[in-house]
Design a protein. Structure first.
Length: 300
């Protein structure tokens, strides 16, 4: 597996925020996904936009004070088909403290339009980190690979991945073969499988994603490994990571605080990559660097 040019690993702790707006909708309609069945009204989309811009604006105030150096949008649904997310990400690139901004996406956005909005507000491509998920019900391997190549040609750093559905193994092997070697392809374990993967399936997915097996054993929680992390929702609710319990404090209060609060957890297991992948002791931090939640291997 090759590597795109990214930030190199560094032992200094840097704060990272994951943001989820009130958006709960998607332009795709995958059969297993609840967000495909929830269209949003213009009013609801307007609220999401207002909350996002308010958050972006407040980040200008606090990024230096709390040494927040990265921001990842982790939406319920698809955020990057909405221009305001690109505009906000571009705007955040102007904060000197911020080294990386990005989002999870299905890669269905119009690339020229997206870059127009991103760069109009000062977006710097070298700071952009995208996490693209391949949805085989909605797009062919050829079309997805074609989009990956276009994004790569624009000098954008990204990873791609898919859920490890056993029936899709051959298809995902084909995706690996067709993708440029420098693009990392992750495979997430299938939550609803209700049985262990067979030896053959495990080997097949591990050939595609060398780190696949790590997620098959529980990662026990240890909140001492989550300092400097924050998960912010559009309405200001705070958590340490995407699955930990809500804090008593809200975003507006945190913005007035003198120091970054201690993390809180409430979970026994860090059950997904967004959680365990952001821990300071994440087993593959040397592979994925300081901003490991973006899931892009760093150059050594
Ligand atoms: S569940 Fe979240 S907050 Fe708790 S230890 Fe795991 S990553 Fe940290």
């Amino acid at each position: 597996m090759g590597k795109q040019k990214t930030d190199k690993g560094n032992s200094q702790t840097r704060g990272i925020i994951q943001y989820r707006g009130s958006l709960k909708s998607c332009n795709y309609s995958c059969s297993y996904c609840p967000f495909s069945k929830h269209p949003m009204s213009d009013k609801e989309l307007g609220k999401d936009k207002t909350q996002w811009f308010a958050f972006v604006s407040s980040l200008h105030e606090i990024a230096a004070r709390f040494h927040i150096c990265a921001l990842q949008v982790v939406p319920y649904g698809e955020a990057l088909i909405h221009p305001w997310y690109w505009e906000g990400l571009g705007d955040l690139c102007g904060i000197s403290e911020i080294e990386a901004v990005g989002a999870q996406t299905n890669f269905s956005f119009s690339l020229p339009e997206a870059l127009k909005h991103f760069e109009h507000t000062g977006g710097k491509r070298e700071k952009l980190r995208l996490w693209a998920t391949f949805h085989p019900e909605m797009v062919s391997v050829a079309d997805f690979v074609g989009k990956c190549q276009k994004v790569l040609d624009e000098g954008i750093i990204f990873c791609v991945g898919a859920v490890g559905v056993p029936e899709n193994l051959t298809l995902l092997q084909n995706l690996r073969e067709e993708l440029p070697r420098e693009i990392y392809l992750w495979i997430n374990k299938m939550d609803g499988l209700n049985r262990p993967y067979s030896k053959k399936e495990k080997e097949g997915f591990t050939v595609i994603d060398p780190y696949f097996a790590y997620q098959l054993n529980p990662v026990l929680s240890d909140v001492s490994q989550c300092r400097g992390r924050l998960f912010v929702e559009g309405d200001g609710k705070l958590r340490t990571c995407n699955i930990s319990r809500n804090w008593q404090m809200a975003w507006e209060e945190l913005c007035q605080a003198a120091s970054f609060p201690e993390p809180e957890c409430g979970r026994r297991v860090c059950s997904c990559y967004l959680a365990y992948g952001g821990r300071a002791d994440f087993a593959y931090r040397d592979v994925f660097g300081d901003y490991s939640v973006f899931r892009v291997p760093v150059e050594k």
